[in-house]
Design a protein around this ligand. Structure first.
Ligand SMILES: NC(=O)C1=CN([C@@H]2O[C@H](COP(=O)(O)OP(=O)(O)OC[C@H]3O[C@@H](n4cnc5c(N)ncnc54)[C@H](O)[C@@H]3O)[C@@H](O)[C@H]2O)C=CC1
Ligand SMILES: CC(C)CC(=O)C(=O)O
Length: 325
């Protein structure tokens, strides 16, 4: 069976890094690619940022590769995460040999709750002076994340950290923390609790104190971007939005309007997202080969300007594909 991969480039550098990752996928497998539109440009043309056909295509696909959306990002990526019933956003943040990093010893994976918290969409303007946001935390979503986290660290005998702020948000982060600790306890997995503000300082000073960090939605978004700063920038961080039967893969970065259209975006984050997609579909050898090709290209060059080089997106992509031949 040929798997169907939906490809949504989106806006800005999405249109540069996603084709690069598709070329890499074509080099290692035989997939059916279905292109779908979303983002600012589609909204300008049609009035809606996320056409129903795109939502349906993503919901029905074997997997999706997404780039980034601009001002409409929340109208696009949040519903698409729901389209794949994603309960976790897996965000590895790793320093690579050859890349100038603030903390070269960094090797972390953030497991971010993916549909709740303050990204639940329940925001209201109640008066000229008052706006509110409802923070949603359910036991069921926290349990799903906790079970995934326990599996991720190898089950009984494993360990992970949880970054929360249950000392202030006693009900919502309290429920999140209590549920995760309770599931981990039943599974024989050790949990170290860290207040998320303290985590931000500690991870900068010594990232080796942490390995797998379970976070509420917004905290996972912010702390993984912080970790990008430790390893050499947003051009390096991939992610996987995992659901029970479907998944969507995307770089952590956005549309990078400051460099969009110049052909110099770092494709590594999106190509590493494609490696996660391959592994998700069961192509473990191909996923590992792509990851190794990216790693050795980062070590040997060429590299894009964000990493101090002068290569184009296309040059880096070609170098990665050459290593796969
Ligand atoms: N998932 C999504 O679709 C996301 C969309 N956005 C959207 O993207 C737009 C820009 O947001 P920003 O805050 O500027 O974040 P951004 O991630 O687009 O850019 C931040 C900085 O990182 C650099 N950068 C990011 N990816 C890079 C890459 N692959 N290669 C080289 N440099 C890279 C950019 O040049 C910029 O200096 C906004 O409209 C925002 O809403 C932001 C984050 C996620
Ligand atoms: C709505 C998104 C743009 C927020 C974000 O940066 C993310 O969730 O990855």
């Amino acid at each position: 069976m040929t798997e169907q991969i939906v490809v949504v480039e989106g806006d800005g550098i999405g249109a540069e890094v996603v084709p690069a990752a598709v070329d890499v996928l074509k080099a290692v497998g035989d997939f059916e690619f279905v292109e779908a539109d979303a983002g600012d440009a589609v909204k300008a043309e049609t009035g809606e940022a996320l056409p129903q056909e795109t939502y349906d295509a993503v919901a029905d696909a074997d997997a999706t590769l997404f780039g980034a959306a601009g001002e409409t990002a929340a109208d696009v990526i949040l519903p698409l995460r729901e389209a794949v019933d994603s309960f976790v956003n897996v965000r590895p943040a790793k320093a690579y040999p050859g890349v100038d990093a603030l903390r070269p010893e960094t090797d972390l994976v953030f497991l971010r709750e993916n549909t709740e918290g303050v990204y639940s969409g329940h925001e209201d303007r109640l008066s000229d002076d008052l706006s509110t946001l409802t923070r949603v935390v359910t036991t069921s979503a926290s349990e799903q994340l906790a079970e995934y986290a326990c599996d991720f660290v190898g089950g009984e005998g494993g360990s992970f950290q949880i970054a929360h702020k249950a000392n202030v948000m006693r009900e919502t982060d309290g429920r999140f923390r209590d549920t995760i600790v309770s599931v981990a306890d039943k599974r024989g997995v050790e949990v170290e609790e860290v207040l998320m503000d303290a985590f931000a300082t500690r991870v900068c000073l010594d990232p080796t104190q942490f390995d797998t960090i379970v976070c509420p939605n917004l905290a996972g978004d912010v702390l993984s971007d912080l970790a990008a700063g430790l390893v050499g920038g947003l051009g390096l961080l991939p992610s996987a939005n995992i659901g029970p039967d479907n998944a969507l893969f995307e770089p952590v970065h956005g549309t990078a309007p400051d460099i969009a259209g110049e052909g110099i975006a770092n494709p590594s984050a999106t190509i590493l997202s494609a490696a996660m997609l391959l592994e998700h579909l069961g192509y473990d050898d191909e996923g590992a080969a792509v990851r190794e090709a990216v790693e050795s290209t980062l070590a040997e060059g060429p590299c894009t300007p964000d990493l101090g080089g002068d290569a184009a997106t296309e040059d880096v992509t070609k170098a990665i594909i050459n290593k796969l031949d």
